[in-house]
Design a protein around this ligand. Structure first.
Ligand code: PGA
Length: 268
């Protein structure tokens, strides 16, 4: 796991945007795995900026989002489809037919929908770069603690903590779903690269558990310890509980030297 610590959240977003731009520049039909939540909003802002400055086109890009609430109308402003339209898709030249979220209505079978989503990811060639956030409880996507570390796309019941964490986004009289379709941890592990962004002190414990804790279903993000190409980008606050910050900073300098000498290489 590569850990990179930046001074602030702005730099985390800029670094993530450079990764996305690098993928799009180097792969003919790039497949992005996308995330919702407050953390990637600043990444999407940077991507829109790059697009407006003619530095980045999404014409060849297809995307798969991590999760979507169960049985929510896409036009509902709380749906993750609306979130993605508002924060990214409506502002760039991506073909929306190539953007996917794991949807499931009341009349659809969640198991079948999960299998279809997995098949669609495979048919697109697999995810090249999966963007992730992390929950304060260590979840990735909506894979809550105790999720199978080899799970695939399926319906999950959210924990009380996640429902509470997300309640800030709902009006008091608004219905807040408590189930969602989510890529599994196994799905995420099949991505060629994983880029996990975490900012803010409320993520510091989860970040520490993910990087230095035991591989455990109690911290779903710890599964990334088993990923060949997992990169974790943090601001200082999210990194504040890590013991070996000096090592990560030193390793990052060494990596910069290697990149300067041999080129920045991603095996997409
Ligand atoms: P956040 O959520 O970016 O809103 O903190 C991250 C997550 O729950 O995965």
């Amino acid at each position: 796991m590569q850990v990179v610590i930046f001074d602030n959240a702005e730099q985390v977003a800029a670094h993530a945007a450079d990764w996305v731009a690098d993928l799009v520049a180097n792969k003919p039909s790039p497949v992005l795995g996308l995330a919702t939540g407050s953390t990637p909003i600043s990444l999407y802002k940077k991507l829109v900026e790059k697009h407006k400055n003619d530095e980045l086109s999404f014409k060849s890009v297809s995307s798969f989002n991590l999760d979507e609430y169960h049985n929510i109308d896409p036009s509902n402003p709380q749906s993750y489809r609306s979130f993605m339209n508002d924060n990214l898709f409506d502002h760039v030249d991506i073909d929306k037919a190539n953007t996917h979220l794991p949807t499931c209505t009341d009349t659809q079978n969640p198991r079948e929908q999960g299998l279809k989503y997995e098949a669609a990811i495979k048919a697109a060639g697999g995810i090249d770069l999966q963007i992730l956030g992390i929950g304060a409880n260590g979840h990735i996507g909506f894979n809550e603690p105790t999720s199978s570390l080899v799970s695939k796309t399926r319906i999950k019941t959210l924990t009380e903590q996640t429902i509470k964490d997300n309640s800030r986004l709902f009006n008091p009289d608004e219905y807040q779903p408590d189930t969602a379709m989510t890529m599994g941890i196994g799905t995420i592990m099949e991505s060629r690269y994983v880029l996990l962004m975490a900012t803010g002190e409320n993520k510091a414990d989860a970040v520490n558990d993910m990087i230095t804790g035991a591989l455990s279903a109690m911290c779903p993000a710890s599964a990334l310890q088993m990923h060949e190409n997992a990169v974790v980008i943090l601001d200082k606050a999210a990194a504040s509980k890590l013991k070996d910050q000096g090592y990560y900073q030193w390793a990052d300098k060494q990596n910069a030297k290697l990149n300067a000498q041999y080129g920045f290489y991603h095996n997409y």
